[in-house]
Design a protein around this ligand. Structure first.
Ligand code: PMP
Length: 363
């Protein structure tokens, strides 16, 4: 056996991750371009200082105060309210979803989604030895609900991962999709990944509303995107308390550090400020989509803080052309497409200028 003795199916694989390059305009990982204010940073620092004085002790394994604050935040999205017992948090929604696959996937079980979609999903499956099945989205990246229902009934997955809005296309699920697919999944879980949920257009409800009607529904969220706290690493879910209990079996003890819990609680106290730019980012998104269309490009309708556009014969050349002009976007999605995250008006101006110059070169 060659060294190191890594699992056979992992041999030679590259780790997932967008290039982290030091360029002036970073529009490649769907972060919120607006950082916290000095007042918010001071409150976080004071909370972390208080937590630091207790660092000789393990943190609250059940992170009750944080789950209660997250439940209150989620309760805004549903007339039914969300309780502390329905909430579970971890280091980013990536970890939340990995924990779901650890508890509900595994050998002999199947997870599925519909491509093009978030490229980490098959990795959660691979890492938990869960079989991975991928259906297709329609040409406009929407989900053909009849085909999706049939695929779920045929494959009987233990976990269906459905982002809404989807990454990298920005496509939100129609309101009727979640209930229909939860029924099709039978005893399997339907995970609606709302990492970009706060950016959705008016009239698109959160799946959180449907929790009381579907016991197999899980809604995941993150503080990394709209909440402007990607560096914090805090994701969470709302689901039936029995689902949270199952995760408790696989979670590592004390997985959320005292520093993380204190920071997240302080950030939640500043929710109105941290979320304060969401409306502006939506306006900037719609303007960016219109501008790209005016350039004769095809752009997927977006309910998120990014836009997928194309198509280019040589998308890498366009990506490189932008990078040469100090603008970093993401080479992701189907062949020929590129994804740009929505930044500040100045950053989007730089993006448009770099695009115009790059396209003039007829790459
Ligand atoms: N879901 C989707 C659809 C995403 O795009 C991302 C991040 N790019 C995540 C989940 C994970 O985010 P985090 O771990 O930062 O919460």
């Amino acid at each position: 056996m060659s060294f190191p003795p890594i699992r056979e199916e992992l041999r030679g694989l590259q780790p997932y991750g967008a290039p982290q390059l030091d360029v002036p305009v970073q529009l490649n990982t769907n972060e919120n371009p607006y950082g916290p204010s000095a007042a918010c940073a001071d409150d976080i620092a004071a909370s972390v200082r208080a937590a630091a004085l207790t660092l000789n002790r393990y943190p609250d394994r059940e992170h009750v105060e944080l789950r209660t604050a997250l439940a209150a935040y989620l309760s805004r999205d549903t007339p039914h309210g969300v309780t502390t017992e329905q909430v579970w948090a971890a280091n980013g929604s990536n970890e939340v979803m990995l924990q779901l696959l650890q508890a509900f996937g595994g050998p002999g079980r199947t997870a599925m989604s519909f491509a093009p979609t978030y490229s980490m999903y098959p990795e959660y499956a691979r890492d938990t030895s869960t079989a991975w099945v991928q259906g297709r989205r329609a040409d406009d990246f929407s989900l053909d609900l009849d085909a999706a229902r049939e695929a779920i009934e045929r494959e009987q997955p233990s976990v269906v991962l459905l982002p809404s809005p989807n990454n990298p296309t920005g496509t939100a699920l129609p309101p009727e999709a979640v209930g229909l697919l939860c029924k099709a999944a039978g005893d399997g879980l339907v995970v609606v990944d709302e990492a970009y949920g706060e950016f959705r257009r008016a009239g698109v409800p959160s799946a959180v509303e449907l929790l009381p009607t579907h016991r197999n529904l899980v809604v995941t969220r993150t503080m990394s995107k709209a909440f402007a706290a990607a560096g914090l690493r805090l994701g969470y879910l709302a689901a039936d308390p029995a689902i949270c209990d199952a995760i408790r079996v696989v979670r590592l003890p004390y997985h959320l550090s005292a520093v993380t819990q204190a920071t997240a609680l302080a950030a939640l106290r500043h929710a109105p400020e941290l979320l304060g730019k969401v409306d502006e980012l939506r306006v900037e998104r719609d303007a960016t989509v219109s501008w790209l269309r005016e350039q004769g490009l095809t752009v997927a309708d977006s309910d998120a803080n990014f836009a997928l556009f194309g198509t280019f014969e040589d998308r890498h050349a366009v990506w490189q052309g932008l990078l040469d002009r100090g603008v970093l976007i993401r080479e992701v999605g189907p062949d020929g497409w590129l994804r740009v995250s929505i930044g500040t008006p100045d950053e989007m101006m730089s993006f448009k200028q770099a695009m115009a110059e790059t396209l003039q070169m007829e790459v």
